[in-house]
Write a protein that binds this ligand. Structure first.
Ligand code: ADP
Ligand code: MG
Length: 507
């Protein structure tokens, strides 16, 4: 459990995230204008009359965006509403020419209802984070204040592009149910999981740097071990994992300090400063905007048939949670290892390629990947390693390289120490397969019992005092003899055979 030390007590965190992902689609949510708004495109060239609210223009719901939302909903293990509605959320801002954003009202079922996402908790065990809802809405335009010294400009290319907002659920009726995000690291793992699901489904690029994924963070604190839910604050529009973690921690410490000084936290909307990593009040609850939601008279309720849902469901690829379950059940991996190997779809594809049709390899491959390859990203970039054998100057280790190395150990062709040497040579740029490298450097393991036996006899003859001590009960000396045999074979002897022979001769 992640806690922050206070003056008299430890504090724990309760975190709720509202995550916006930009829906991948050719056209916008309610118009035919292109939904591609990337910065190389000239401002205001992908804007339809609907997007800028010309009188008499009517929105037409983009069916593809609806299917994308259903797909994501199924990826979140969520209920899909057979009927949902669109409403106008009204506010004035220059990036919003309609004077309102078409969204789905909080009081009514959104297109995606209750669901869950599985993440690795801070204890290394898998943990379900409950989802309250996900709804479709329009994105706003972009204001540019840095083009002219005295003027601001509006670019409406992004206006009306479809967003899906995914909101985590806080089960206040079952507070002992630990199914919400409770640390900055868990928040990051949750967002990464959302990103991988969205990418695997082709629903969104979910790229924070590009702005196709952004999050509002709700944070409250409470004394460690208590089950209460205290007042939260909300920090809006966070666009990097680093800032999100820093904002959560800063905000939690700010609230703790207020409580420790006898104060109360008010439900404010905060702004985060990237420059110094602090949060400060942007507007208080009393100043909260009243959006005067009302049903959009131009849009019929959205009805989705069971067939549509089933058709989409039957075309879903394997998602990270299912991949993890497969690794645990089919390969006997720990939950921790399964989580590490599914951090991105590229990593799990790499792992699957290395295991191939030989599940017996899986555990060793997992160990080598997690303890060695992850430490050398320059030598195996998961994305490129699958389709190219070279990248930059580093020698790329491919799935088949690692499979071969692991097979050589299993076949007793080399021992673990030699495998490590071959691995290091590959990191250092040695080309060729592990078998070829073993051959080139004469790293074949000695398994011939007669050859090893003569070395064992020699070691025993030369170390009479230690043999004496061993026989009188100091069996811990076995390692000494193993070491001596390995040394005089240049590290090539098969350790299992060495152990067997020593036991036979000494016991
Ligand atoms: P609003 O209607 O003000 O947007 P919601 O009830 O929709 O509020 O909640 C927004 C987010 O805040 C959700 O992810 C929810 O889980 C989270 N949240 C609600 N209460 C708390 C709390 N006490 N501490 C932390 N997060 C909370
Ligand atoms: Mg809300």
């Amino acid at each position: 459990m992640f806690t922050i030390k206070g003056k008299t007590t430890d504090w724990e965190l309760v975190i709720g995230l509202e995550t916006h992902i930009e829906v991948l689609s050719n056209s916008k949510l309610f118009s035919g204008a292109s939904a591609d708004y990337n910065p190389t495109i000239s401002p205001n060239t992908q804007v339809s009359m609907v997007d800028v609210a010309m009188p008499g223009m009517l929105p037409v719901l983009n069916e593809f965006c609806v299917e994308q939302a259903i797909k994501m909903g199924l990826g979140l293990n969520a209920e899909i509403s057979r009927r949902s509605k669109f409403a106008r959320k009204q506010y004035f801002y220059p990036d919003l020419p309609q004077g309102y954003q078409i969204s789905q009202p909080a009081e009514e079922p959104p297109i995606v209802g209750r669901g869950w996402v599985e993440i690795m908790g801070d204890d290394g065990k898998q943990k379900k984070i409950l989802i309250e809802r996900a709804h479709l809405e329009q994105d706003a335009g972009k204001l540019k204040h840095d083009v002219h010294p005295t003027k601001s400009f509006a670019d409406y290319n992004r206006t009306g592009v479809a967003l899906l907002e995914i909101v985590t659920f806080l089960d206040t009726k079952n507070p002992e149910n630990n199914s919400y995000i409770s640390s900055p690291d868990e928040a990051e793992r949750y967002l990464r999981e959302i990103r991988e699901i969205a990418r695997a489904l082709g629903v969104s690029k979910a790229n924070m740097e590009e702005g196709s994924m952004r999050a509002d963070i709700n944070v409250s604190v409470r004394p460690a071990g208590s089950n209460e839910f205290r007042t939260r604050t909300e920090t809006k529009n966070m666009v990097s994992f680093k800032f999100i973690k820093s904002a959560i921690e800063y905000e939690a410490r700010r609230q703790i300090e207020i409580y420790e000084n006898g104060g109360t936290v008010s439900q404010d909307t905060m702004r985060y400063s990237q420059a110094d990593g602090t949060t400060s009040v942007m507007r208080s609850k009393e100043d909260a905007l009243d959006y005067r939601y009302f049903p959009d008279p131009d849009l019929l309720p959205l009805e989705i048939s069971e067939e549509t849902i089933e058709r989409i469901r039957s075309n879903m690829p394997e998602l990270p949670a299912a991949t993890r379950a497969r690794y645990v059940h089919d390969f006997g991996l720990s939950e921790y290892d399964a989580a590490r190997l599914t951090e991105t779809t590229d990593i799990s594809k790499w792992f699957d390629a290395a295991v191939g049709n030989n599940p017996k390899r899986a555990k060793s491959i997992a160990n080598w990947m997690i303890s060695e390859l992850f430490a050398h990203p320059e030598n195996w970039d998961a994305k490129n390693a699958l389709d190219t054998s070279e990248q930059g100057t580093a020698r790329i280790i491919t799935p088949s390289d690692l499979a071969e190395l692991v097979d050589m150990i299993a076949e007793n062709a080399i021992n673990g120490k030699q495998a490590k040497e071959i691995f290091i040579k590959m990191l250092d740029g040695e080309t060729g397969t592990p078998r070829a490298i073993a051959e080139k450097f004469g790293m074949q393991q000695i398994t011939d019992t007669t050859a090893i036996e003569s070395v064992v006899d020699d070691v025993i003859a030369k170390n009479a005092p230690q043999v004496e001590q061993y026989k009188s009960g100091k069996t811990g000396l076995l390692g000494f003899f193993v070491g001596a045999v390995m040394k005089s074979t240049g590290g090539k002897a098969n350790p299992t055979v060495v152990n067997e022979l020593l036991h036979k001769k000494l016991d």
